[in-house]
Design a protein around this ligand. Structure first.
Ligand code: XLS
Ligand code: NI
Ligand code: NI
Length: 438
């Protein structure tokens, strides 16, 4: 039994005036907001990979975060010890969900059969741990990017053997996710993209990816998995041109392969930034297209062009994101996964707890702010006012396709239409937002 986090007591809600470093000041799981408990809106999840498997190495330096389970001669023993520590961490944080890749929970074997055997044994082990824990599975996924066999892609690899190997892996990961009662299954196209068109048949690769996803959807129905299938967009890193660039690009892909009613999106804050968008833009886009699924909450560094995966700490940015979540109808079966890692100098077990506690509180506070903005209705009213002209019968007729281009031209000229510019009132609304934040 790992005693790694067991010294730490469970973090509790103590309110805003608490002096305790490890306490929730804003996250009161039971607090009723917009008709349901805060925990049901937010559905926080701990990411197994960043919290238990990340070792602090970077392109310039060796691992700095060396946990006991990382150095065991018997890899399966290490995996069980890691799982023990994981469930201790879930207990300390008191959060309702976790997420994992196959490779986070079980070591690679000598061949695919052995890898799957290791994985299935660890899934059984997690199932037992879950019996004694409140933690549920938000989503499972497959790591189809770390091993060199995936260097030219998984589903989009020029080698059909890699496609088949990846499909086999995903089948077993979907089985495991179903077995553990997961609410979603995620596919992040780790190396689904290309470096140069000199060696790439892009149309062929996209057809491969469409086929792969179709197989996943068919299998979901076959086994009666009731969770959502989610694609996680990301524009770059590792490849120069990732196929799942952003929400709009993925939607176009889903449409092309007839999957837009079967698959939703897992949106990540840092990926939005890399795509030149804000998180709220990505959320609003997905909601508008009917594919808002779940969130990976983290933050990037605007000064760095890669996925730094820091824990979120910008109240205004998170408030705007969660405001769009509420307007979009909420996260449903999705949740908020902390796809975030501590810095490589944060080597203490407690650093991981501080990181989550701060991020949980930040998100809860942002959600309370966003809910208050929705309840006050001022922003919504300002937007409605701006589009009020479209409520007239003539404007509606234009939008509903009842008027041809010639008819619009005729009436416009007959009426002597002469539009007057109107202020967008951006600064007024920004001030309103700043005034309302608490
Ligand atoms: C990487 C992704 C990854 C996915 C899961 O940038 O965010 O962590 O969330 O494979
Ligand atoms: Ni992610
Ligand atoms: Ni990421």
């Amino acid at each position: 039994m790992a005693a790694f986090f067991s010294e730490l007591e469970t973090v509790r809600f103590e309110g805003r005036d608490s002096d305790k470093a490890l306490a929730y000041r804003w996250y009161n799981a039971e607090q009723m907001v917009l008709g349901k408990p805060l925990s049901e809106h937010l559905r926080f999840a701990v990411a197994y990979w960043h919290s238990l498997a990340m070792n602090g190495s970077d392109p310039f330096g060796a691992p700095t975060i060396v946990r006991p389970w990382m150095t065991r001669a018997d890899a399966m023993e290490g995996a069980r010890e890691k799982a023990d520590a994981a469930f201790e961490l879930f207990r300390v944080l008191g959060l309702p969900f976790y997420t994992f890749h196959d490779r986070d929970i079980a070591p690679e074997g000598a061949d695919l059969k052995e890898s799957l055997k290791n994985f299935e044994a660890m899934v059984e082990y997690l199932a037992k741990k879950m019996e004694g824990s409140k933690a549920k599975l938000l989503w499972g996924t497959a790591n189809l990017f770390s091993h060199p066999r995936f260097m030219s892609g998984a589903a989009t690899n020029p080698d059909p053997d890699v496609f088949a190997y990846s499909a086999t892996t995903v089948k077993h990961c979907m089985d495991a996710t179903k077995q553990l009662g997961g609410s979603n299954y995620v596919l992040w196209g780790g190396r689904e993209g290309y470096e140069t068109l000199l060696n790439t048949d892009m149309g062929h690769e996209l057809d491969q990816m469409g086929r792969f996803l179709t197989l996943v959807v068919e299998y979901k129905h076959k086994i009666g998995f009731e969770g959502q299938i989610l694609i996680e967009p990301k524009p770059k890193e590792p490849t120069a041109h990732q196929y799942d660039f952003d929400a709009a690009t993925v939607y176009g892909f889903l449409k092309k392969y007839g999957l837009e009613n079967e698959v939703k999106l897992n949106l990540e804050a840092n990926h939005a930034l890399l795509a030149g968008h804000s998180f709220e833009h990505e959320i609003a886009t997905a909601a508008m297209l009917g594919v808002l699924g779940s969130l990976d909450v983290n933050r990037g560094d605007p000064l760095l062009g890669w996925d730094t995966d820091q824990f979120p700490n910008d109240l205004q940015a998170m408030t705007l994101a969660l405001y769009q979540v509420i307007l979009g109808g909420g996260l449903g079966k999705g949740g908020m996964n902390f796809d975030a890692k501590i810095r490589r100098q944060s080597i203490d077990a407690e650093d991981l707890v501080h990181a989550h506690v701060g991020a949980v509180d930040l998100c809860a506070r942002a959600f309370l702010n966003a809910a208050a903005l929705v309840e006050k209705g001022e922003l919504k009213a300002a937007v409605a006012e701006r589009y009020a002209g479209w409520n007239t019968p003539e404007a509606k007729a234009m939008l509903e396709g009842k008027l041809s281009l010639e008819q619009i031209s005729e009436t416009t000229l007959a009426k002597g239409v002469n539009p007057k510019p109107r202020s967008g009132k951006q600064e007024k609304l920004e001030n309103l937002l700043n005034r309302r934040l608490f």
